[in-house]
Design a protein around this ligand. Structure first.
Ligand code: G1P
Ligand code: ZN
Length: 543
């Protein structure tokens, strides 16, 4: 074993965001960059000597090299056992499950989620703690501080370990255990859902497609949907994980998964379609002519939870990220359970899940999950919907429309403005925050602002406070506009504007959200002064 004590620059340029450290592949390829970051995790994350850790990634470009680096640094730091998914693959929810199942001290998830892969794409590293959840803000802050002064890293002198073969290898005193990445996760799903009902649905003339977007969920879907539930092979699309995701952008949204949307709206009758992102934690649910809004999906899952074996006893509470539509609030109110509003980023749900305060949670960015892991979970959401369709005997569209009729609809969509100059983006946000005190009571385009604030979160479990999590503006007709800057981009700044209108009129219920929110969009642009400040006229994306 060798301890390197060399000039360890480059140091980290920017703080890691809510989803770990995400940078261009070329930045990660710099000598010692990843070693430094990993060492800082070892120095700050706890006592890992002799312990078990989990490791795996979404299969993107640089995954294999990064895993070999991780093996050397882990062995150098005296880790007892490193459990790695075969070929370096582990979906994010499967990794979270393994950490918990194997009582590991933590896990490394090599992923940049839905960001493009390949030599010119992005790479990322997330560290999850023993709970299976993402490192808390206090830990990521101390890891970042450590990166600014690190002077040495520890690594074992090791030949690359073969990650294609199941079994154990001794790596300088550390056991590298290569496991099947799918089995444990698939077994967990079988305990939560009624596989017999879903199998019967599949055998009974129902037709579905699942798009793995050439990312990590391909092997998971093949095992669960095809092998265990009997789905025909051609229901699984893009099932082979590829280092560049086949040149696509592995993000399950109507823009990046346009082919799937076209397919379900095309001539071949398909009842249900779904997709997941690069690391398998996001989900998109489609019915013919319908993209289920993630906020609606969360609300519908909560309202129907008791019909699923995993939730037969009901749920104790729910949570959504602040920008996510308030459809779930309405369900929670009727169920008589608490509904928590957290900042953007999955990790804020983890304390609530660990403390038993919530069982279901979700974000507008196509992320939904429950207490079965400490990450969002794409395939879990797909199986939940399939289970629901099977027990209710209704189509996706019928389930959604029934929900709207019963609870009302929170028509929701988001506009992303890409501002190449990151500084300008921060300035725009600062001006918006400063304008908040003057907004109260102000009339605008026929509506009146009833409240506005800069969202701050007080964690009820550990008492920590997260300030400046976005600007919220509420209107007298129940509408809401939210602004925040993205924390996951690797260049420039992205201003996200979230629009939400409360709709109860029957004739409006099925109109497209973008259409229903057009007046709010005009107001949102006006209040942010985006055109005056940046010259930008149009959003880069509307989802
Ligand atoms: C985005 C999503 C957020 C999600 C995160 C990681 O972050 O908005 O909900 O938790 O990706 O998947 P953002 O770029 O908005 O900071
Ligand atoms: Zn993801």
């Amino acid at each position: 074993m060798k301890t390197r004590s060399v000039n360890t620059r480059p140091y980290l340029d920017q703080k890691p965001g809510t989803a770990g450290l995400r940078r261009k592949v070329r930045i990660f390829q710099q000598p010692r960059y990843l070693e430094n970051f990993l060492q800082c995790i070892f120095d700050c994350g706890g006592q890992f000597a002799g312990e078990t850790l989990i490791a795996g990634g979404d299969g993107r470009f640089h995954n294999q090299e990064a895993l070999q680096t991780l093996i050397r640094v882990s062995a150098g730091n005296g880790v007892g056992r490193l459990i790695v998914g075969r070929n370096g693959l582990l979906s994010t929810p499967a990794a979270s499950h393994l950490i918990r199942q194997r009582a590991a001290a933590g896990g490394f998830l090599l992923t940049a989620s839905h960001n493009p892969g390949g030599p010119d794409g992005d790479f990322g590293v997330k560290f999850n703690t023993a709970s299976g959840g993402q490192a808390p803000e206090s830990l990521t802050r101390s890891i970042y501080d450590a990166t600014q002064s690190i002077e040495r890293y520890l690594e074992a002198d090791l030949a690359p370990v073969d990650l294609g073969r199941l079994g154990e290898t001794d790596a300088a005193g550390m056991i590298v255990e290569v496991i099947d990445p799918v089995i444990d996760y698939a077994n967990l799903m079988e305990t939560l859902f009624d596989f017999d009902r879903i199998e019967a649905l599949f055998a009974g003339g129902f037709s579905a497609r699942y798009d793995a977007m050439h990312a990590v969920t391909g092997p998971y879907a093949a095992e669960i949907l095809n092998r265990r539930l009997g789905a025909p092979a051609d229901w699984l699309l893009n099932g082979q994980p590829l280092p560049d995701f086949g040149g696509g952008h592995p993000d399950p949204n109507p823009v990046d998964a346009a082919d799937l949307v076209a397919l379900i709206n095309g001539p071949v009758p398909v009842d249900f379609a779904a997709a997941s992102d690069g690391d398998g934690d996001r989900n998109m649910i489609l019915g013919p002519g319908l993209v289920v809004s993630p906020g609606d999906s969360l609300a519908i899952l909560a309202a129907n939870a008791r019909q699923i074996p995993g939730f037969e006893e009901g749920i104790s509470g729910v949570a959504r990220s602040m920008p996510t539509s308030r459809a779930i609030d309405e369900v929670a109110r009727r169920l008589g359970v608490p509904c928590f509003e957290t900042p953007t980023g999955w990790r804020y749900f983890c304390n609530l899940l660990d403390d038993g305060r919530i069982d279901l949670c979700g974000e507008e960015s196509f992320g939904t999950s429950s207490n079965h892991v400490r990450e969002k979970d794409g395939l879990w959401a797909v199986l939940f919907w399939l289970n629901l369709i099977a027990v209710r005997g209704q189509s996706v569209n019928e389930i959604v429309e029934d929900h709207w009729r019963e609870f009302g609809r929170n028509a929701f969509n988001r506009e992303d403005f890409f501002i190449p100059d990151a500084e300008l983006g921060s300035q725009l946000m600062a001006e918006l925050e400063n304008s908040v005190p003057e907004l109260d009571g102000r009339p605008v385009d026929g509506l009146r602002i009833t409240a506005a604030d800069v969202f701050a979160y007080h964690d009820p479990v550990d008492g920590s406070v997260s300030a400046q999590q976005g600007v919220r503006i509420f209107f007298d007709d129940g509408s809401r506009i939210v602004y925040r800057l993205s924390g996951t981009g690797t260049t420039g700044a992205t201003l996200r504007i979230y629009l939400e209108r409360r709709v109860t009129e029957t004739d409006l219920l099925i109109r497209p959200a973008v259409e229903l929110n057009a007046p709010l969009s005009t107001i949102a642009r006006k209040l942010s002064r985006i055109r005056e400040l940046t010259g930008i006229e149009q959003p880069a994306a509307v989802v």
